[in-house]
Design a protein around this ligand. Structure first.
Ligand code: G6P
Length: 485
């Protein structure tokens, strides 16, 4: 019952929550808890706090859980975390999430459009935009209702760009931060959006006291967009913009990567890589682990590997490209097509170069975190070549976990490049031949150099682990003047 809820001093809001439900045929609901930086960040503020996480119901299982609980999830399902799940009507959520967040805002910030034909902002777009407004308003209402006077509210990502402004209007007493986990588009690209939409998005985010980003580059791009779209109102004081480069969680990764399930997968993967080679030296590995996401550039990565095998026959039979490409956003046709293309190109490389004892590309598409960690451990080379990426935590995790050290081939367009660029082999993600050259250099790197670079990469990658990343933002908000009186 609403009146009995204890108002919260700290609130987090995100589209995807820390738990999701699946419903079996007999109606039984099973909860699955997710990982990631926000989960470990929020748990860092301690079990005694009354922090509330507000998220959206994403599927039928989630909706059933909301109906059963009234929206305040059973703490047994959430590891004790207070989670308020919103049952936004399915068609509103679909239009806001797939239509606007994933097909417009994600495309703008990652510069994914094929511009001769898209984007085209028409009446359908306006209908979806109205759903995006309604979805943001539902979050703002829920946060306004759940927050104690002067509470700190940390709103996440492009799904919720309007919520800070809406919440500010409802509750001027709150201290609000917004965090973008994506890149931010250059001003010229952002300007493709209709003028009123540009202004609404920027003003929505500026409703927060602090607008935070993963890198200085994305923060600068945001400020340029404000200047270009908002005129004199768009001169944003530097103090209102924060940069918090989310890092890897070394303690968690080391512990998790040495559990027996990872060990089993490591043995199986090693056997798959080495085939029936008996006592021959272990083959080298080039490892990539991604969601099958348009921005991750998996297809060009495969073409670069093919180029490596063509230009450097000495690597044939001696290297295997381990590519884990886990399905993502399969509601969208362009993602399904991309997934098919990844499989087609991997099969083409295997058909062209494979031999009875050597499969050049080992592609797995079924998400398995333990197997990902096994691949991290045996990586000689990590390939992280996104065309644009907010941070890319894989680039940070592999150097931390790899057993014998790995060389990192890293796109200059990944946010992680700002921190890891000095010890990575930098690539232009569109340049397939240059990426092939970088793979060759990485495979040829002397052991001592590789070990030294890996040590420095791991140190940089863990500079701001999730708990400190979250607490730093929270402390900054709490340090603002008390507005509740
Ligand atoms: C990545 C991005 C986040 C985003 C998330 C959404 O992790 O870095 O910015 O919120 O994807 O993914 P989803 O599967 O929920 O659409």
């Amino acid at each position: 019952m609403v009146s009995e809820r204890k108002p919260a001093e700290v609130l987090v809001a995100s589209n995807r929550g820390p738990v999701s439900y699946t419903r079996a045929a007999d109606g039984t609901l099973t909860a699955k808890r997710g990982g990631g930086g926000l989960v470990s960040g929020l748990s860092a503020i301690g079990p005694d706090t009354d922090a509330v996480w507000v998220c959206a119901a994403l599927g039928d299982g989630d909706r059933a859980a909301v109906r059963r609980t009234g929206g305040d999830l059973d703490p047994d399902d959430t590891g004790g975390q207070r989670v308020r799940m919103l049952d936004i009507p399915a068609e509103v959520h679909a239009a806001a999430y797939n239509g606007i967040a994933n097909s417009v805002l994600w495309f703008v910030h990652h510069m994914l459009y094929q511009t001769p034909l898209e984007p085209a902002f028409d009446t359908d777009f306006r209908t979806q935009w109205a759903a995006y407004e309604a979805y943001n308003a539902a979050f703002a209402d829920a946060l306004a209702e759940a927050a104690a006077p002067g509470a700190a509210v940390l709103i996440q990502d492009y799904h919720l760009a309007l919520a800070p402004g809406m919440l500010r209007a409802l509750r001027p007493d709150l201290r609000i931060a917004h965090f973008s986990h994506t890149p931010w588009a250059p001003a010229e690209y952002f300007a493709m959006l209709p003028d009123d939409i540009q202004r609404q998005l920027l003003r929505g985010m500026l409703g927060a006291d602090r607008t935070n980003f993963l890198t200085h580059r994305w923060a600068r791009a945001f400020r340029s967009c404000c200047r270009a779209a908002l005129g004199p109102d768009g001169e944003i004081a530097e103090a209102r913009i924060g940069v918090y480069g989310l890092g890897a969680d070394a303690g968690f990764l080391h512990e998790r990567a040495h559990r027996p399930d990872v060990g089993e997968r490591l043995v199986a993967l090693r056997a798959q890589v080495d085939g029936g080679r008996g006592a021959a030296p272990a083959r080298r590995t080039i490892v990539r682990v991604d969601r099958t996401e348009l921005s991750k550039n998996i297809v060009r990565g495969l073409h670069a590997y093919r180029r490596l095998l063509a230009d450097h026959p000495e690597w044939r039979e001696r290297v295997v490209h381990i590519a884990f490409a886990y399905p993502s956003r399969q509601d969208l046709a362009v993602y399904r097509d991309y997934t098919a293309e990844v499989q087609r190109v991997a099969e083409a490389v295997n058909a062209e170069y494979g031999t009875p004892g050597w499969q050049p590309v080992v592609l797995h598409v079924k998400d398995d975190f333990a197997r990902s960690l096994a691949a991290y451990r045996i990586a000689d080379v990590a390939l992280v070549n996104p065309i644009r990426d907010g941070m890319n935590l894989v680039a940070k995790e592999i150097p931390v976990v790899s057993d014998a050290g790995c060389a990192l081939v890293l796109s200059r367009e990944a946010g992680a490049h700002e921190e890891l660029g000095d010890d990575a082999l930098t690539v232009n993600p569109y340049d397939i031949n240059a990426t092939a050259d970088a793979l060759h250099a990485a495979l040829s790197m002397p052991d001592a150099e590789r070990a030294a670079r890996t040590g420095r990469l791991a140190a940089a990658a863990t500079a701001l682990p999730p708990a400190r990343w979250f607490l730093a933002q929270l402390e900054e908000l709490r340090a603002l003047d008390d507005r509740s009186c």
